[in-house]
Design a protein around this ligand. Sequence first.
Ligand code: AMP
Ligand code: MG
Length: 345
Amino acid sequence: MTERKNPRLVLAVETSCDETSAAVLNQGEVLSNVILSQDEIHSPYGGVVPELASRQHLQSIDRVVGESLSQAQVSLAEIDLYVVTQGPGLIGSLLVGLTFAKGLAYYFRKPVIGVDHLEAHIEAAFLENRAIEFPVLALLVSGGHTSLYYLEKPLSYQLLGKTRDDAAGECLDKVAKFLQLGYPGGPVIEKVAETGDSSRFHFSLPRMKTPGYDFSFSGLKTAALKVIKENKLNPDHPLLRDFLSSFEEVVVRALLENTNKALEEFRPRSLVLCGGVARNKRLRSKFAELAANYQLPAYVPSPRLCTDNAAMVGALGWKRYQASPERATDLDLDAYPRKDFKADF
Ligand code: AMP
Ligand code: MG
């Protein structure tokens, strides 16, 4: 094993939804980032089945952590700090990672620190770009969350708006499920929509009756299901790709309209796009266009770092630990399923 000067080795664990992931970082540099997806297990159901997810995490966590250590050529005894996703997410899934990390921390008498999954998604952008200028406006789009954050400075997260009903990814997944296109729906929709005409079907953009930056996708989902029924769309229908292209387009426009509004008011120096849906090419390119219109740099993590992964969790935990090491001593650390359950940091 190679000798490291001043080792600051972090083992990070992420099990908030349906990816089991573990990463090893040295001074914030990623040495390994192993992600095991459960897509195949949930695919027949058209969405994540919480009970199956937590059982699968239980079966995989040992192997995934072992693989991350072996790829990083690090042994457990060398780990200085454990970082784990505390919430939000599926409570059964979260508890698997949390208990595993706490168990190791207890056995090796090392500190453990819990981090917020959504803040970790934003951190993914910083993993690849250390010099992002603040303030930052971050659009987080995933299967369970759609939120806009304003970061005045590092580690300060102001939630400007979130979805009041479905998340954007959930909306894509449900439309795909209705069409029996499989799970996760976002990537399938993207593939079919690629050759479609986005102006063929018209969808109105969701309008919020109250000021602010909240999103809403349930109306769009209902409108899409109505069009599917009216046109008897199915996986072999010749209009399917035009429909999916039009639908993907309006989802992207809804996301960017709010971002644009916040940009006008908050005038950030940088833009970040993150979360699983940020893998979408249309969203990535329209987001880059928006940033270019305002002559702002846009930071979008590479697709692998948009997916739930432990590297982003470890990177955030490492920063939090450096900022306030006293936070990392509490073995009472508990999981929280929703953001509003979160204890004050
Ligand atoms: P996360 O919740 O961050 O793990 O992200 C999962 C969500 O991202 C699911 O709703 C997926 O359908 C969605 N997703 C993944 N890849 C893509 C893509 N290429 N285009 C659109 N949505 C995607
Ligand atoms: Mg996620």
